[in-house]
Design a protein around this ligand. Structure first.
Ligand SMILES: N[C@@H](CCC(=O)N[C@@H](CS)C(=O)NCC(=O)O)C(=O)O
Length: 88
């Protein structure tokens, strides 16, 4: 199971997380949301991120939605579990 990254075009906060994932070579699935369609305000998305913003990063039951925290990926639950899966 890969990390799911919810993002939207033109979001520098999302780019920051994408860059972090790419640099750390963590596999992820891109979930592109369209603001113009309100895809970041659906009940399903608000369950992931009550602020209705992007990015949100989901790894199993664990969700992280403040992009600065993603710089902590090496120490986070997310990267540990993702790295373990990649090395399995
Ligand atoms: N503090 C948040 C800010 C996220 C943020 O403001 N994202 C903007 C896009 S750059 C957003 O989702 N805007 C849509 C909205 O507020 O409806 C983070 O760093 O992740």
């Amino acid at each position: 199971m890969a990390i799911d990254l919810y993002w939207a075009s033109g979001s520098p906060f999302a780019w920051r997380v994408m860059l972090t994932l790419e640099v750390k070579k963590l596999a992820y699935e891109s979930k592109l949301l369209e603001f113009s369609k309100g895809e970041n305000k659906t009940p399903a998305y608000l369950q992931l991120n009550p602020r209705g913003k992007v990015p949100s990063l989901k790894d199993g039951d664990f969700v992280l939605y403040e992009s600065p925290r993603n710089h902590e990926l090496p120490r986070s639950q997310i990267s540990r579990s993702a790295a373990l899966r990649q090395n399995a």
